[in-house]
Design a protein around this ligand. Structure first.
Ligand code: ZN
Length: 80
């Protein structure tokens, strides 16, 4: 989980040429749980694990699907 958080932090400062997508349908309409500081409403650097179903959401599937990088999805589907 910590490794995922590190990768998220790195990803947020890079161009979106390789966006996060839904593991099931490949849509970019995905959301991930984020921690918000209770007293300031500011978003902290701690995020849910992108591979965890209960901390990710796909707006197309309307379900908790898990998300992955589009490049990772291509490799995974090529192996299947
Ligand atoms: Zn989906």
């Amino acid at each position: 989980m910590w490794r995922n958080q590190q990768s998220v932090r790195a990803r947020r400062s890079t161009p979106a040429s390789d966006p996060w997508v839904c593991q099931r349908c490949g849509s970019q309409a995905v959301e991930v749980v984020s921690w918000v500081e209770a007293n300031s409403d500011s978003t902290t650097e701690c995020y849910g694990s992108f591979g965890e179903l209960d901390t990710t959401w796909c707006g197309e599937c309307n379900d908790h699907t898990g998300i992955e990088l589009r490049s990772e999805r291509r490799v995974r589907l090529a192996r299947a």
